[in-house]
Structures are given as C-alpha cells and as structure tokens.
Ligand binder design. Sequence first.
Ligand code: KIV
Ligand code: ZN
Length: 516
Amino acid sequence: MRKIYIFDTTLRDGEQSPGVNLNTQEKVEIALQLERLGVDRIEAGFPAASPGDLAAVRAVALAVKNATVIGLARSREQDVDAVVEALKGAKNPGIHLFLATSPIHRKHKLRMEKEQVLETADRVIRYAKQFFDNVEFSPEDAGRTELDFLCEVTEMAIKAGATVVNIPDTVGYLTPYEFGNIFKTLKEKVPGIETIQLSAHCHDDLGMATANALAAILNGADQVEGTINGIGERAGNTSLEEVALTLETRAEYFQAKTSLNLKEIARTSRLVSKLTGMAVPGNKAIVGANAFAHESGIHQDGMLKEKTTYEIISPETIGLKDSKLVLGKHSGRHAFREKLIDLGYEQLTEEQVNAAFGKFKDLADRKKNVTDEDIRALLEEKIIETPEIFALEQLVVSFDSHATPSATVTLRTAGGLVKHESEGNGSVDSIYQAIDALSGEVVELDDYTIKSVTDGTDALGEVHVVLKQGDSSAQGRGVSTDILEASARAYVDALNRLIDKRNAPARNRRDNVTLI
Ligand code: KIV
Ligand code: ZN
C-alpha cells in the first residue's frame, strides 16, 4: 500500500471561507486536534497577510510537535521572510510558495509572459531553499494551464529545489479524468519527477473536489491537500475525511492509505464546525448528522438483519460512540473526570476541569440527563477564552403574544454592573437592543443560527452569530439550555471579539493582501 500524505489547509484555505475568522487560540486548538487526527502537514496560515496571521502561524508552529507546519507565501522574497519569521522555533517547518501559471492569470492578473513566470518562481524557490528543507511549489490555476507549460514549470521547480509540486485546480473546473491525466502526464514527461512528491489541491465549484483528488491518487499523486468538512474559498476544498474514508473503505481498489487516526474524524469535524461557525449539512458525506441514519423501513429492516446491507462504514470508524452513559446532578467530580478522558479531553488542566465541572453542575440542575454532546458543547465553549470586555450577568425577558416583548440585560464590565431594559419586535431583538444600548457599539447582525446540541425539549441550544461593524466582522457562540440566554451569550461573545479586533489593530489587521 502506498502512503498518501495528508496536507491540511483548514487554517489557511479553510479560513478563506466567507465569514470565517479564527483567532490565534482557536487556530492552535484546531491545529492540536489536527495533530491528534494524524495529518502529516498543517498549513497554518499566510504570514505576510498581517501581523495577526504571522503571530497565529507562530503560535501553531510552537504548539505542534509532530506534523510539519507550513506557511503560505506568494513568490516574493518578503513573503518568504515572513514565513521564516513565523516559523522560527518550529520543530518541522515548511514553506508553500505559489505563482499563477494559466494563460488567464498570466494575462490579466500577473501581466507576465511565460518566461517571467518561470524566472520569478525559480528565483524565489531558490531563495526559500536557503531557509527550508521542505519547499512546496504550486502553479496556481494549474488546472487551466497548458499541459506542456505545466511540465516546464514542474521541471523548473524540481531543479530549483522544490520537494513537493502541488497541482491546484484553483477554480474547481476540471473533471476527474482531466485532472488525473495531468498527473499521468507529469509522471511520464518531467525529468526528475521521481525525486519529489506530487500533490493534488482541488476546489469544489462543480462538486468534484473529492473525485478529482482520488483521480490524482490513481495517477500517482503522493499527497492530497484539503480541509476538514470541505470548508474553503467559495464552494470549498476537498474534504479530507471523504478522501481518508474512501481510501479506507476501498483500500483494495486504491492500494493506498493515509496515516490518519480515523477515530478522531468526528471530533475534528465538530471542533472545526464549532470554531468556524460553519454548520455541517445533515447530508454531508461521512460527518453529516444523517450520514449513518437509516430512515426507510426497508433499509431499517435490512440493517436489523445484517448491517452490511446498507452500511459501508460503521459510525465507530470515525469515532462516533453510541454512548448511553449519561451523567446527572448526582454525578461526582471523579465520574466527570473519567467522562472527560473517555471523550478525549485528557489534556485539560485541573483549573479547566474545575471550571468545566462547575458548568456541568449548573447544567445538571436544569437538565435531567447530561449527555456526551452536552459535555462537549460546554467544554468547547469553555476552552477558547475570548477577551471579556462585557460578560452577561443577568437576563430577564418578558414575552406576551399580545404585547411588545422586552428584555432587561445586566452586563459585567471593568467599571461594574450595568443594566438596561429595551423593547424589540421579538425577544431576541429586545435582548440585542438592550446589549447595544449598554455597549454603545453600533453593530449589524450579519448572521444568526441556532441549533440544538442534543434531542429533547431540555436540550442545550447553541447559537452562533456574526456581527459586522464597518469593514470588520466577528463571530460569537453561546450555549445554554435556554435559547434566549444562548442568544445573548453569543452576541456578547461576538461583541467582545469585535472590540478586541479594534483595540489590537496590529494583531488583528489583515492587510488588503491579494493572493497574487
Ligand atoms: O487554490 C489554490 O490555487 C490555492 C493556492 C494558494 C495553492 O489555494
Ligand atoms: Zn485553494
């Protein structure tokens, strides 16, 4: 079996999803989970984009112990310098350089002739090679690049010292047959191709990102790039969990495997969804809520007789446990700790366990059975601390279907408690009006989503909001058994992040850097 290297770009291409903006702590949290999942390479960000991006890449590089941590760079020396700076102290650093090669990009974006493209990339790869052993080069929009020129570019990259040549279908335009053929041709025609790794990077604009990546593997690709849950620019990137499970399920066909610990897939998917605020559609392959649900009578009958009639992957393979062990208000700290270990949160500090236990006890007072999902929701809310400029102290809501709803909100601030009552055209609106009045901030609610964490009328509700203020935006999360309280918590969380961004512009600013 050939090993297929997994290059995760959730923190870079994934973070380019509209509306997603992860802070450093969230990036580190995801990177540590990616390491548990066993990815080989983590693209942590684009250090030249802003001091905040550089700091986040540095934080990831210092936290990650086993995977190679990679920074993205345009084909410019100053971008390489930013990656060098960000990856100082990394155990296993690497750089990912790119330059567009397709006729459309050469003519309209770069205004470069083929020769200039070759010279620029050659010069910058050689420059980067002075600092990094691992140098990946991507001819951007390779999918629409003339095949003979792509061969020339690949040969140049190998001679200049690239260790990986990545073939991006940047705009998700190709079919599996066409994409596979690029790999076949490069393998056949480029001298020295056997000395480097070939990589596939696909986008899902026509829904073929996973199929294209698999076609690349069949034609000799050594590495697949992608993201968890397939998030990414526009329609997203190849879903790494789809590639990994296809190779696992169809091992005989592909004769290739990854080193992923598949049991960490469900947890990684959940964490990425939570921190990015991008919900996983119910029908999403592998990680969607319905991926293992059998609805029709005929299917259910078949499943009861023999699971393999309708199940090609078991939920346990990706770490979904049908846990019946529920905790309640009489459960003690010991049982809670055991549960945390069982759920994979063994790395929590005593202080974090104590804080989570306090939250668990509060929840157990309100909810009869506290399930694994509830505990995960509490923990994942707790682990990532956002700067608390405002904290929700108390919420009183008055709703009568024949009267105007109103809310009284009390916030804790550095100057003490502040309280305000507002009316609105609904309970959530009145809460948000009261918070706005207290904070003095003029913000726009750009997105509001709510979902229940578990079943039942006493389930935890999880609210995700995106707030906008001018050009800046921030997301926030809130979890509670009461959806109004969850709504208030999410709004306050987003507000804190928005203010933090404004207060620390150097750290948070993403310069108007375009990917050219
Ligand atoms: O899709 C793309 O072309 C990219 C490059 C930066 C590799 O993400
Ligand atoms: Zn991409």
